[in-house]
Design a protein around this ligand. Structure first.
Ligand code: MTE
Ligand code: MO
Length: 351
């Protein structure tokens, strides 16, 4: 793993490791933590459900597991994925320089959040569902527990889970044991780990990570106040080249190029183009089989590389016919979120 910080642990797999499996093994799955990992005792863990509900619930792990089990294959993608490409445009002090690996895909099993909310008698006037966790984030001012919220519309969609299984194994501590929220298609920040409380309310969460972090600010916004900018929800259309790696030196001739593309929200990736000449001419890549509506799509193509230097570029299109933006400079923002510019790698082909 490429470790950006040991404590709290923040790490991403190198491109070559991510490329190996469309379902990312747990040891390879990126880790994004804002505070020290809490070690919760599953026997004593309780999930409180409160706010705009007819009946407050306090569920043990066994009680949660009595709800119907559902499996969803979902990609998580941090809003800071590919931030390194924004740092190359203009520095962003104090933020991890994530490469293309702050995203991974797993098979999650859990109860539907919708079923738990229905059991509590969710009231019709609740517009947002907030999640609270016990880990304390020093970057909040003052230091505060992690949390966030999603709209009730998303929270009651069938893909949103309270998950306790990841790739067939109980969740590990780093990924949120005993139970985390999984919000497919939305930025990773909303998939709250170690969730302990779910609150139905009239407004988004007041938590630092809803009101101050994970918001898109205009480039000249130097001193943001809570609530400024746009709250990030669905993941933007994005892609990365995983093979060959940046700076690779290979023998000239047919060269396999592979990567991922992810559309976020309820959009799908419908086409990926790859260029060997910096974007002057394009070849359509083949898309691997779909893993489900909420997962990335691996793609591949073979380019004929003549001896010399080549700039390989990719670009994805989604089911709304949207295309990724070309340059990171056009989307630079003060916290370095959603860099979904065309990925490029420079390689050298030798005789
Ligand atoms: N939940 C808690 N309680 N604390 C956190 O720091 N990080 C969030 C989210 N859930 C976080 C959290 C962010 S920003 C992301 S991208 C995902 O978890 C990362 O999930 P992972 O570490 O399992 O990959
Ligand atoms: Mo994130």
């Amino acid at each position: 793993m490429v470790v950006h910080e040991e404590d709290p642990y923040n790490a991403e797999p190198p491109r070559s490791a991510l490329a190996e499996h469309a379902i990312t093994p747990v040891e390879t799955f990126y880790s994004r933590n804002h505070g020290e990992l809490p070690e919760l005792d599953p026997q004593r863990w309780r999930l409180q459900v409160d706010g705009l509900v007819d009946e407050e619930l306090s569920l043990s792990l066994d009680e949660l597991r009595r709800f119907e089990h559902h499996e969803v294959t979902a990609t998580l993608q941090c809003a800071g994925n590919r931030r390194a490409g924004l740092l190359a445009v203009r520095d962003i002090p104090g933020q991890h320089p994530w490469g293309d690996g702050a995203t991974s895909t797993a098979r999650w099993v859990g109860a539907r959040l919708a079923d738990v909310l229905a059991a509590a008698g969710l009231r019709h006037d609740a517009s947002n569902i907030a999640f609270a966790a016990p880990d304390i984030a020093p970057e909040a001012t003052p230091p505060a527990p992690y949390g966030g919220s999603i709209t009730t519309g998303k929270a009651t969609s069938p893909e949103v889970l309270l998950a306790w299984v990841m790739n067939g194994e109980p969740l590990t501590v780093a990924h949120g044991a005993p139970v985390r929220v999984v919000v497919p298609g939305w930025i990773g920040a909303r998939s709250v780990k170690w969730v302990e409380r779910i609150t139905a309310q009239h407004h988004p969460s007041d938590n630092f990570f809803q009101q101050s972090a994970y918001r898109l600010l205009p480039p000249d916004h130097d001193d943001p106040a809570p609530g400024d900018g746009v709250e990030l929800t669905a993941v933007a259309l994005n892609s990365a080249i995983l093979r060959p790696d940046e700076g690779a030196v290979m023998t000239a001739g047919p060269t396999e190029v592979t990567g991922y593309a992810f559309a976020g929200g309820d959009r799908d990736v419908v086409r990926v183009d790859v260029s060997a000449d910096g974007g002057r001419t394009w070849h359509q890549a083949e898309l691997d089989d779909q893993l489900g509506a909420w997962a990335w799509r691996f793609w591949r193509t073979t380019l004929e590389l003549r001896p010399g230097e080549h700039e390989i570029v990719a670009r994805a299109w989604d089911s709304t016919a949207a295309l990724q933006p070309e340059h990171a400079a056009s989307l630079w923002n003060p916290k370095g979120y959603i860099n979904n510019a065309w990925p490029t790698v420079s390689v050298t082909a030798e005789h």
